[in-house]
Design a binder for this molecule. Structure first.
Ligand SMILES: Nc1ncnc2c1ncn2[C@@H]1O[C@H](COP(=O)(O)OP(=O)(O)O)[C@@H](O)[C@H]1O
Ligand SMILES: [Mg+2]
Length: 231
């Protein structure tokens, strides 16, 4: 699937309510926003404000309680014709790349093997050699055959970035990609993301607590109590 029009994601009144016993938590409260192709958007805001809930919905990883989401004009969730699980899976594997705060590398696989994991599920045509090319671009060529336990936190995050990019996604979703890194390493990851956005036209949706990283994005959205604010 390729994104043909200018708008990648169109969210309307997205709401997500979690139930914990008898308690209802309105984690996301009617958020509407559009993210265009090639944008670099950052989400900031206090812990518990709904950032992860929102980006998981934008990344088609979770279902809203109500509201609509379109991706490139196709209804993902909502009243149109919502996609079936098979099509959703195809989108998750072919359109998105995901980076999570805790990396989630597989400890028994080498760096090279970890980056190649998504290819076992979906191998986009034309991505031969991407594993080595990305690890080279990220300065990790000398670590290809190491296990995750043998590399630093910053290096693990580079592996997670390479893995997210291996199928040449159109949209990169990064939830606190530098949450576990010191400021120097965070800055390096920020530069890599900015480079990918400027030079490869990658759309980036990033949650961060780091104001320096947030400033790299062309657009900053502030979350508070499940609502999104933008000036
Ligand atoms: N799976 C869940 N079950 C119940 N409550 C949840 C769940 N995930 C998140 N929440 C609650 O929803 C709110 C928003 O959480 P989250 O989106 O993770 O915020 P953030 O990423 O901004 O820290 C918080 O009150 C959190 O406790
Ligand atoms: Mg979060």
């Amino acid at each position: 699937m390729t994104i043909e029009n200018g708008i990648s994601l169109d969210a309307r009144e997205l709401t997500r309510v979690y139930r914990r016993g008898n308690e209802e938590i309105r984690a996301l409260d009617g958020v509407s926003l559009q993210i265009g192709r090639g944008e670099f958007v950052s989400f900031m805001g206090p812990s518990g404000s709904g950032k992860t809930t929102l980006v998981n919905l934008l990344g088609c990883l979770d279902n809203p309680s109500s509201g609509e989401l379109e991706l490139a004009g196709k209804t993902i969730f909502g009243s149109g014709r919502p996609l079936g699980e098979r099509e959703l899976t195809r989108i998750r594997r072919g359109v998105f790349g995901y980076i999570f705060q805790n990396f989630y590398l597989i400890p028994t696989l080498t760096v090279r093997e970890n980056v190649a994991v998504p290819l076992a599920f979906y191998h986009k045509p034309g991505v031969e050699g991407e594993v080595e090319r990305l690890l080279g671009m990220l300065g990790m060529e000398h670590r290809m055959n190491h296990l995750p336990g043998e590399i630093s936190g910053g290096e693990m995050q580079r592996v997670a970035i390479a893995r997210a990019l291996v199928n040449r996604p159109e949209i990169l979703l990064a939830d606190e990609p530098t949450g576990n890194l010191d400021s120097k390493r965070s800055g390096e990851i920020g530069e890599i993301l900015q480079h990918l956005n400027k030079n490869a036209g990658l759309t980036i949706i990033m949650v961060t607590h780091n104001p320096g990283l947030g400033r790299l994005a062309g657009r900053a959205i502030e979350m508070m109590d499940g609502k999104a604010y933008e000036n």
